[in-house]
Ligand binder design. Structure first.
Ligand SMILES: NC(=O)c1ccc[n+]([C@@H]2O[C@H](COP(=O)([O-])OP(=O)(O)OC[C@H]3O[C@@H](n4cnc5c(N)ncnc54)[C@H](OP(=O)(O)O)[C@@H]3O)[C@@H](O)[C@H]2O)c1
Length: 314
């Protein structure tokens, strides 16, 4: 039987973020009975008592945990205590409070950085804990791995139908366009847009452009999350990805073409490339009948539209 969202009250932790706002759109499309969320200024999920009280009063049927302290390599390696501590506190408080409030279904979102640095590509869920992590985001990854095991513990000890999922690199509306802290795709959108507006004839990007990466639109991710809450019931985590990757050079050309930047793209090969490839194996989620639908070009176009209309906020 297909999950009936219409009588469900859903709490999206992190509802204002890239992933959380995509989840709110998907839940609205699915006709969810009620969708609730609080900004961190209203409810700091590191505050255990406040989190327990909020979930006790709200009494949601479903909880999706998309709240996290996220950041790039620089932030992760400079503030490992904050990344480990905040994420452990947020996820533990959300899960414990959801348990106390009798929540039946909970989805915890992790990230592909949980997998070993040298995992065989495409990366299967079974490669978890089979080797050392990438040192630059180890603190974040360790917190997320603990979250997966905490889900497992709730399933074992309390018979909860709770699950965890690991998305690939995401992009879309409400992304972070701050060049100091943003991911590669929104950074490219901003760089090419500003070069176009300023009439520049060249944009210089880091590395050789040859590493391959996978990108998934956040609306596809959100649809996958709703499907999993309905259809997936396993202690093992599940990857959510596009299923294929492309060279960063091709990504840059696609973004430049969507934005309308017609100048030269130069590659500064003295700068590091990062890992040569990072692709998730999606056969497990594909076997459930799910496939993403938003092509990179269409997704970049709608993200660029959002950026143009929300310049100040972005
Ligand atoms: N973006 C990606 O490419 C990607 C890829 C794979 C997995 N993920 C996972 O998806 C999840 C969400 O990531 P995102 O990209 O959506 O991040 P994001 O845009 O930075 O959103 C994070 C959200 O967490 C909330 N938050 C942070 N600290 C909080 C606190 N102490 N109390 C309450 N709320 C707090 C923020 O709320 P306020 O805005 O109100 O402060 C924000 O809404 C993370 O678990 C991440 O690992 C993301």
């Amino acid at each position: 039987m297909v999950f009936d969202w219409s009588d469900k009250k859903v709490y999206v932790a992190g509802h204002h973020g890239l992933v959380g706002s995509g989840l709110v759109r998907a839940l609205t499309r699915a006709g969810a009975g009620e969708v609730i969320g609080w900004r961190s200024a209203e409810l700091d999920l590191r505050d255990r008592d406040a989190t327990f009280q909020a979930l006790h009063e709200a009494a949601p049927d479903v909880v999706i945990d998309a709240a996290a302290r996220v950041g790039g390599i620089m932030a992760n390696s400079t503030y490992p205590v904050d990344f480990l501590q905040d994420n452990m506190l947020i996820q533990t408080n959300v899960m414990d409070a959801a348990h106390a409030a009798g929540v039946d279904r909970l989805l915890f979102l992790g990230s592909s950085c949980i997998y070993p640095r040298h995992a065989t590509q495409p990366i299967r869920e079974s490669s978890l804990m089979t080797g050392p992590l990438e040192p630059t985001n180890q603190a974040y990854a360790m917190a997320k791995i603990s979250g997966i095991f905490y889900i497992d513990a709730f399933r074992t000890q309390y018979g909860k139908r709770w699950i965890s999922a690991m998305p690939t690199n995401l992009y879309g509306p409400c992304d972070n366009f701050d060049l100091e802290t943003s991911h590669v795709l929104p950074a490219f959108i901003r760089r090419f847009h500003e070069a176009k507006v300023e009439g520049k004839d060249k944009v210089t990007l880091w590395g050789t452009g040859s590493p391959r990466r996978e990108f998934l639109h956040v609306d596809d991710l959100a649809d996958a999350c709703l499907m999993l809450i309905d259809a997936y019931d396993s202690t093992e985590t599940i990857n959510i990805g596009w299923g294929d990757d492309l060279p960063i050079k091709e990504l840059a050309e696609t973004v430049a073409s969507v934005v309308g930047f017609e100048g030269e793209i130069e590659w500064d090969t003295s700068k590091p490339d990062g890992m040569p490839r990072k692709l998730l194996d999606t056969s497990r989620i594909n076997a459930l009948g799910w496939r993403p639908t938003i092509t990179l070009r269409d997704g970049v176009a709608s993200t660029y539209d959002w950026y143009i209309n929300n310049h100040q906020a972005a």
